[in-house]
Design a protein around this ligand. Structure first.
Ligand code: ADP
Ligand code: MG
Length: 339
């Protein structure tokens, strides 16, 4: 194994620090301050055995995803990613090739979103791999007394009665992709059923989520886009966070949920009846699309700008009950929870 300092050197070589910034190599990173901006900070952990199984994921995909889920939190506020920090506890059994592929995947995502790696921490672990990523972003400083300054961070707590509820893309692909991964990882009933092209595409969506940074920037630049967040646990759970934070109730029409043709195909190919597209879409997590509320006028303005998104429901009124009503179904959906 490379050893702690050689590994840090290898990482440093691959992540040049942008001009005006001090990155990997000192006690702290140094970033310039911008007087008209606010700093967004988010951190996420990925635990072997909880978030991923070593046998099921390639190191490159795991690196990509570790960065993506964090950058997605910046996108969820409508911010711009500015830099990230990678800390990991590494079991001694990991080989150098594995680590370097992980770094390659991490870097590919960082490069795509111009989010440089500026530091981190490296320790050993007795047993399992643990990855922690922190990401910094920026948004326009909120003007005093103004609710929705263009470019300012969008919170979960600003949904208003009469807002339409929207999502930026298909739901359920990642959860179905995870099922495809787990099925082909040893479940014998699945081995009779050869992996279809739909399953392969869904697996890719599970392992290589694309944070919706550009959409988030367009949304935060639009006045009267009110509440926003990224969808990590499924809207059955995530929309309830918005309702609770904003003290409003909502209705969602399940017939309006955007579903990919791959998800429909994958579900139709399954012999078991636990493969329903809506369950993947509303109870499954990790799609990393954006969920937002906006006035009908803002929705029209966004359509005119050519932003791709889908209206799935509306905020029905202020209410401390925070009721979520599903239209056109007698089922209820609660998303994914860890415990
Ligand atoms: P310290 O003893 O001050 O914590 P370290 O030896 O842990 O310093 O880290 C030295 C430098 O390498 C720091 O700039 C730190 O941010 C960076 N670094 C350590 N581990 C990583 C990592 N996994 N990814 C990126 N940078 C790292
Ligand atoms: Mg350290």
């Amino acid at each position: 194994m490379l050893g702690e300092f050689n590994l840090i050197d290898e990482i440093k070589k691959r992540f040049p620090t942008p001009d005006g910034v001090t990155g990997i190599g000192d006690d702290c990173a140094i970033l310039p301050q911008h007087s008209d901006r606010e700093t967004l900070v988010s951190t996420d952990m990925l635990m072997e055995g909880v978030h991923f199984l070593m046998d099921d994921v390639s190191p490159y995909d795991l690196g990509w995803k570790s960065a993506a889920v964090n950058v997605s939190d910046i996108a969820g506020m409508g911010g711009r990613p500015e830099g990230c920090f990678l800390s990991f506890a590494l079991p001694k059994t990991l080989n150098d090739n594995w680590l370097l592929q992980f770094i390659d995947g991490f870097k590919a995502l960082c490069d795509r979103f111009a989010c440089p790696l500026l530091g981190g921490d490296t320790t050993s672990s007795l047993d399992r791999l643990c990855i922690s990523v922190t990401v910094l972003g920026s948004s326009v400083k909120q003007l005093p007394g103004q609710a929705w300054t263009p470019g300012s961070a969008r919170r979960r707590s600003d949904a208003r009665s009469g807002d339409l509820i929207c999502v930026t893309g298909n739901l359920g692909d990642s959860a179905a992709g995870l099922k495809a991964v787990l099925d082909s990882a040893g479940n014998s009933s699945a081995s009779n059923c050869p992996s279809s092209s739909a399953a392969a595409i869904l697996r890719e969506r599970h392992y290589r989520p694309i944070p919706q940074v550009e959409a988030g920037l367009v949304l935060s630049a639009t006045p009267e886009v009110h509440a926003m967040m990224d969808i990590s646990d499924g809207i059955g759970s995530d929309l309830r966070h918005i309702l609770k934070a904003s003290e409003v109730s909502a209705e969602v029409d399940v017939n309006s949920i955007p579903l990919s043709k791959e998800l429909i195909q994958f579900c139709s190919e399954q012999s078991t009846d636990d493969c329903d597209p809506l369950t993947f879409a509303l109870d499954g997590g990790e799609d990393y699309q954006l969920l937002f509320t906006a006035t009908p006028a803002a929705v029209e303005a966004l359509k005119a700008k050519g932003l791709r998104f889908y209206v799935i429901g509306r905020i029905t009124g202020a209410s401390s009950a925070c009721q979520l009503t599903w239209l056109n179904t007698d089922r209820d959906f609660h998303g994914f929870t860890h415990f």
